[in-house]
Design a protein around this ligand. Structure first.
Ligand code: GDP
Length: 175
């Protein structure tokens, strides 16, 4: 019996944030072992599936990555359509990526569904010696905007699983 037949929930989530903050690396880290990346070149996105057990339910998450389209500001409503969750990623070694978060949050509110679960992720925690954004700044923004928050390292595989699972568990709880 395949997982698909048993799957209780299927949902879509998106990765957002400035270029080169580590979105693709986070996604391939999270998807490792049990995913396939498919791409839709026509709309310029890539996505991965991951099967997760939440309690006694099987959940299939379809996670979209921009495949670099954010550079051209080409992300639009079709990217967000139907998404129940988002990982909003910045790079702790580049303050400009943190300052962009306001713009990203505005976009999420404009295009995303009202009850979208957003987890704020400060990536590249392995580069703490080049840090330009304090962990407290991430934490207080998250608190202000009512988001979950964590720092991750896609490179060292720190907290990556936790960040995605936090999002998925919250989506599941709200559904
Ligand atoms: P995207 O444009 O947001 O998808 O970013 P990428 O995943 O392509 O990563 C951009 C660059 O940052 C690449 O050179 C990655 O190797 C590097 N990178 C991504 N995540 C990490 C991380 O956690 N730590 C370090 N040191 N480098 C990272």
């Amino acid at each position: 019996e395949s997982f698909d037949e048993e799957c209780d929930y299927l949902f879509k989530a998106v990765l957002i944030g400035d270029s080169a903050v580590g979105k693709s690396n986070l996604l391939s880290r999270f998807g490792k072992n049990e995913f396939c990346i498919e791409s839709k070149p026509t709309i310029g996105v890539e996505f991965a599936y991951r099967n997760i057990r939440v309690g006694d339910k099987l959940v299939k998450a379809q996670i979209w990555d921009t495949a670099g389209q954010e550079r051209f500001r080409a992300i639009t409503s079709s990217y967000y359509r139907g998404a129940l969750g988002a990982l909003l990623v910045y790079d702790i070694t580049r303050k400009s990526t943190f300052e962009s978060l306001k713009k990203w949050l505005k976009e999420v509110r404009e295009f995303g569904s009202r009850e979208m679960v957003v987890v704020l992720v400060g990536n590249k925690s392995d580069l703490a010696h080049h840090r330009e954004v304090n962990i407290e700044d991430g934490r207080s923004l998250a608190q202000l905007e009512d988001l979950s928050f964590m720092e991750t390292s896609a490179k060292e595989n720190l907290n990556v699983e936790e960040a995605f699972l936090q999002m998925i568990t919250r989506i599941y709880q709200l559904s």
